[in-house]
Design a protein around this ligand. Sequence first.
Ligand code: KG4
Ligand code: ZN
Length: 362
Amino acid sequence: MKILAIETSCDETSASVGELDNNFVRIISNVTATSMNIHAGTGGIIPENAARMQVKYIMPVIIKALCESRNLKDESWEVAKETLKDDIDAIAVTYGPGLIGSLLVGVETAKTLSFTFNKPLIPVNHLLAHIYANFIISNKPSTLSPNPFPFIGLIASGGHSDLLLFKSNNDYKWLGGTRDDAAGEAFDKTGRLLNLSYPAGPEIERRASIFEKKLNPKPSTLNPKFKSPLINSADFDFSFSGLKTEVMRYVQKNPNMNEELKNQICFALQKAIIDVLVIKTLKAAEKYNIKKILIGGGVSANQTFINQLQLNAKQSALNPKIFSPEKIYCTDNAAMIASYALMNYKKENWEEINANPELYFA
Ligand code: KG4
Ligand code: ZN
């Protein structure tokens, strides 16, 4: 069975064709356009701008993904139509959470295609899909078994930070999440205070590793140091908004920062974010005695985070295994939507599917 998946929840427009392969997901094509450069100019996303760009990109991206699934470099609506008619068994689309304007473009396009080509439609929760990016067959060897349950899932993205316990595809429990800013949002907002371009996560990681390689700092000598709120609380909640205030105060006191000091701040703030993600995720695994942890979302592209989670996991008595998606499937993409839909094939009548910007766990 082949699925065409569509993702438009925020500032990426993505379409992908995927199929099941021995209980994992093989991605045949995955095309993503982004309006990030526009948001870099405004220092963050203006929802209306993001929605306008979704309208511009949606059909070219879908056509390209369909043509590429037939190994064709030239894009034409004629070929795309034929592919949709002959090769595709169902259409999957992100229906939430996300920005309403952006979501509507994907959902309404998917509904139109579903109606026109008489294909079943599968609505997909964007957050769950971030975790299911782990089931995509990639170049890196993985020891994830076709039946991975139970596992702990950590979603760390630009809009969300959630911990879940998955018992099966349809049976998961939300353990906790952020009370204010998400982990990725903390990278982006503090990055803005440091005049880094949006999204700041990758740049903060790069600067932090320059500082680390140069000085190999010990945590006790770190200056400045930022707090990891709720790190010792008994729950599985996060809070990252205080970090902005701390970084803002530091920047106000040190207006003439050189690049080295900026790198040092990046190291300290990345550490504050990673420390609490690692501790809470491992604590969830220990509390429920779960030996597998699957992470997903833009922040799981951060190699320092993956390394620290793996290291701390290995040092713990439980020794859980850590799984993360291939880097290209960490940030928003339609391949993960295809993955979720293929692993949870549940079609719905297109007339009953509506964009739901507030599709949160709690
Ligand atoms: O999952 P995603 O593409 O979008 C949402 O669903 O929100 O995540 C985007 C977020 C941004 O906040 C970005 O700064 C962060 O992921 N991000 C990173 C890295 N790459 C992307 N954060 C830290 N380190 C990275 N390497
Ligand atoms: Zn996302």
